[in-house]
Write a new protein. Structure first.
Length: 267
């Protein structure tokens, strides 16, 4: 009398993905490789230093290999590798099916309702003109606060698209804006003390990028201190507007000109 074998349940059991067994297999394989590498390195050192002991261990190893030859034949690395590959393939299929179902369930966003792109961390856009600082001494601000104060003055003066872009890799531009007459204004802010003037090298570095890189129609350097004579001469030759601490205060109070509309020096 023959006993029927339930092949269907066995096949179902073989198709199940066993993550624990797969992980244990790869962990065991890694341990074996590490042990083999350590043994090979130890054997090389022993052969170099103690060849007699190396010969004895080689004989013992050969005897052990012959002893467990039958047991070694029972171990089939290829069989376990095929099982692991099949399990990984089934896991990948299940993951792809799950992702496809998730994408189908999520409703698509209506056209034209996407959220507007936010500016980067290094670019801050001033949507509306803000009230300028009441404090006349901009030297009390930190560098970022001074740049924001200059941006507020630009917004108050009727500029649009005012941006604070100072930071790493700004190439000399701290504030950019579009003047009321449509010209592109690029400003570099120099928050120096009274005894530290903006030198010609500072202005030269800004002059090398303001027109060619930032495509400025109006380039200006604004400082809380003053400029050296060579810096003013270089700025005059290159068409760069320079505002020192007194001129900045006049711009804030409205008694002086702005970078895009300098005050008339008079006759």
């Amino acid at each position: 009398m023959t006993i029927p074998v339930r092949q269907g349940r066995r096949a179902e059991r073989r198709r199940r993905f066993d993550l624990r067994s797969t992980a244990m297999f790869f962990l065991l394989l890694a341990i074996i490789w590490c042990v083999l590498a350590f043994l090979a390195r130890t054997a090389a050192v022993m052969v170099e230093r103690r060849p007699v002991w190396a010969g004895v261990l080689a004989v013992l190893g050969l005897a052990g290999a012959l002893r467990f030859r039958s047991g070694w034949r029972r171990f089939s690395a290829g069989r376990y590798a095929r099982r692991a590959a099949r399990a990984l393939e089934e896991a990948a299929d299940e993951a792809s099916e799950h992702l496809g179902a998730t994408a189908t369930e999520e409703p698509a966003a209506p056209a034209g309702t996407g959220a507007p792109a936010e500016p980067t961390a290094e670019t801050v856009i001033l949507e509306e003109p803000a009230a300028p600082l009441l404090a006349a001494d901009y030297a009390e601000l930190d560098p970022d606060g001074f740049e924001y104060a200059i941006a507020e003055l630009c917004a108050r003066g009727g500029c649009r698209d005012v941006e604070v872009v100072g930071g790493a890799g700004d190439l000399g531009a701290d504030v950019v804006a579009i003047a009321p007459d449509g010209r592109r204004v690029v400003i570099q802010c120099k928050q120096y003390g009274d005894g530290n003037k903006v030198g010609s090298q500072d202005v030269q570095r800004f002059g090398g990028t303001c027109f060619t890189i930032h495509e400025a129609d109006v380039a200006a350097v604004v400082t809380t201190s003053d400029f050296t004579a060579p810096a003013l001469e270089y700025a005059r030759q290159c068409g760069i507007v320079c505002l020192n601490g007194d001129e900045l205060e006049a711009w804030r109070l409205g008694t002086g000109g702005s970078p895009w509309q300098p005050a008339d020096p008079g006759p």
